[in-house]
Design a protein around this ligand. Structure first.
Ligand code: DAH
Length: 335
């Protein structure tokens, strides 16, 4: 009987052509109510002497049925994978999905335009700490204790003697202290002031500049800064040097450029004056030269400082400084 069963199973196995049919076959023979399961149960009814031989036969049959089902299942699975691979095709000539090109932040762009211009004029680049000593940020720059710039409201103090630098000017002092003239460098970097509205940010960027040597005069200051303005804003840009005051320069000037937004006719950005203020500058105060151990009778120099956000806002006609720091992709993509 088992030989018959084995033949019948073989035929049925052959006609099972998919995984579904195969699983039905497995249930039919090996399931709870399966044919072989029933035969195993029937063994208990046999007499002891018959049971041994019959048991071996049924168990052998069960093993070979299991093995045959497993083998067929594996081969059906690999057939179906093969036919899937044959029927599906991948067009390797299709273009890939682009992740999009990045671009420089507008402030980084302005910063590198400025540094490139000064590097072409022979200036090197220096750096200083953002967490600075009061001495460097104020004292050695001839900013006395009672100067309004030292007001608690403007400066982030870490302790009585330590603060977040409020400008890049302390780099002047640090470089002069460790090097002898001739000096010609710029110092770009972050600065901090306790101030926030649509044109002020508590963190912003400046570029400082210093040139010190024998016989440096106000003419040198004018020539270098005029060249800078013409390269940055265009060769036709009008430049005006207006008397001003900074404790670390004497004389001091502020440098205005003709408003390029209205062609100097007067507009909202230049507040109807036709001029835009872009730089502070002056001849290094002899008191500062003395503070760093230079002899003011032997050396002279000029210094300047400018705000990067301000220049970027003018150049791109942006009226809210916070846009630079919001990281709104729609805003940044315009540059
Ligand atoms: N430190 C000044 C400020 O933050 C800017 C400045 C003005 C820098 C004149 C200079 C200078 O070096 O000569 O407002």
């Amino acid at each position: 009987m088992s030989a018959d069963l084995s033949n019948i199973f073989s035929e049925e196995l052959q006609s099972a052509t998919d995984l579904n049919g195969l699983s039905q076959l497995r249930v039919k023979y090996l399931g709870k109510k399966g044919i072989i399961t029933a035969e195993l149960k029937a063994l208990s009814a046999l007499a002891a002497e018959e049971r041994k031989a019959a048991g071996k036969r049924v168990n052998d049959l069960k093993s070979s049925v299991e093995a045959a089902l497993d083998f067929k299942e594996a081969s059906l699975k690999s057939d179906s994978l093969r036919s899937k691979l044959l029927s599906e095709s991948i067009d390797i000539s299709l273009p890939g999905k682009s992740s999009g090109f990045g671009r420089q932040h507008p402030l980084s762009r302005i910063m590198s335009e400025i540094t490139d211009i000064f590097v072409r004029m022979g200036f090197s680049i220096e750096e200083g700490p953002e967490v600075e000593l009061d001495r460097y940020n104020f004292e050695l720059l001839n900013i006395p204790k009672d100067h309004p710039a030292r007001d608690m409201q403007d400066t982030f103090y870490v302790s009585d003697e330590i603060l977040l630098r409020t400008h890049t000017s302390p780099v002047q002092v640090r470089v002069m202290q460790r090097q002898k003239p001739p000096l010609r460098f710029i110092a770009p970097g972050r600065v901090y002031r306790c101030d926030a509205d649509i044109t002020h940010s508590p963190m912003f960027h400046q570029v400082e500049g210093l040139m010190v040597d024998k016989d440096i005069t106000f003419s040198n200051l004018k020539a270098v800064l005029r060249t800078f303005v013409h390269q940055m804003f265009g060769a036709d840009t009008a430049v005006r040097f207006r008397p001003s005051f900074f404790p670390f320069t004497e004389p001091s000037v502020e440098i205005d450029i003709g408003c390029f937004l209205c062609g100097q006719a007067g507009c909202r950005v230049c507040k109807s004056t036709g001029w835009l203020e872009v730089l502070g500058a002056g001849m290094v105060n002899p008191a500062v030269l003395e503070n760093v151990g230079y002899d003011p009778d032997e050396y002279s120099g000029f210094a300047f400082g400018m705000g990067i956000e301000r220049i970027a806002m003018l150049k791109y006609a942006i009226d809210d400084i916070r846009l630079f720091f919001d990281n709104d992709i729609k805003f940044l993509k315009q540059f």
